[in-house]
Design a protein around this ligand. Structure first.
Ligand SMILES: Nc1ncnc2c1ncn2[C@@H]1O[C@H](COP(=O)(O)OP(=O)(O)OP(=O)(O)O)[C@@H](O)[C@H]1O
Ligand SMILES: [Mg+2]
Length: 245
């Protein structure tokens, strides 16, 4: 049984057309997934559906064998799936520590909160150094670390990341990627959308190519990375240029 299953989901916005068109995907525990695909393919939409932000029109999301049936975002979060959206959303006028504490709002036990914060500080020493600084005054990379740290405060089983390296300098992006690797080592199942497809696939175990609202291809990430058709269609220049940008 997969940890998380997306079964034949159709979803779209308002009265608009279906963006996801009968999409199915199985997410196994302890495996990291990188979802790639062209702009507008529905990658972010898929993460929004899983996180409860966008109810599917049909089909279902099943977690630990229980269908979500239109669960709200807070219920999805409480069940152990967290979502770090593209816009990094930290609370700009709250300190780093306050931002992290808010991430653990579901947990009442202070010693547990403290332990989790220590774990975040171990992963991101810069957050410990800047614990009392306002979130909004941190650099883009540090805010991304804070967003990841805050998500970790709920001790998630699954972490969904939408373009975690977007807009970051290569060196900072590299730091974010190595942290994601550490999250995997902590046993967290990663579902990541990454515009740097080569880098994302190098990091992940499993690659998923989304196009026009369905899964076009999926397989071991190194196979996806080496597939000439996929390279030509979806990896484009990134491969030819060494895949560092
Ligand atoms: N809030 C919204 N309201 C209406 N349409 C939307 C909304 N968000 C996304 N869409 C549309 O849904 C389609 C898929 O968008 P989505 O953001 O899922 O794509 P994506 O694969 O994440 O693309 P990108 O690589 O650009 O992030 C696009 O045509 C987009 O215009
Ligand atoms: Mg997107």
């Amino acid at each position: 049984m997969a940890l998380l299953e997306i079964r034949n989901v159709n979803a779209g916005y308002g009265k608009g057309p279906d963006i996801l068109k009968g999409l199915s995907l199985e997410v196994e525990a302890g495996t990291s997934y990188c979802i790639i695909g062209p702009n507008g393919a529905g990658k972010s939409t898929l993460l929004k559906v899983i996180s409860g932000l966008l109810p599917p029109r049909s089909g279902e999301v099943v977690f630990r064998d229980v269908p979500f049936n239109g669960a709200r975002p807070d219920q999805v979060l409480a069940s152990g799936i967290c979502f770090v959206p593209q816009d990094q959303a930290v609370f700009p006028e709250m300190s780093v520590k306050e931002n992290l504490t808010i991430g653990a709002y579901l947990e009442k036990d202070r010693s547990v909160i403290k332990e989790r914060m220590e774990r975040v500080f171990d992963l991101f020493p810069i957050l410990a150094e800047r614990a009392s600084q306002d979130g909004g005054t941190m650099s883009g990379g540090q805010q991304q670390m804070l967003a990841l740290g805050r998500a970790l405060m709920i001790d998630p089983a699954v972490m969904m990341l939408d373009e975690p390296s977007l807009g970051l300098a290569p060196q900072i992006a590299q730091q974010i990627f190595s942290t994601i690797r550490e999250l995997e080592a902590l046993g967290i199942t990663i579902v990541m959308v990454e515009q740097n497809a080569v880098r994302g696939l190098e990091l992940a175990d499993w690659g998923v190519v989304l196009d026009l609202g369905i899964v076009r291809f999926e397989g071991p990430a190194d196979t996806i990375l080496d597939d000439p058709r996929i390279r030509e269609l979806y990896l484009g220049k990134a491969v030819g240029s060494g895949g560092t940008t």
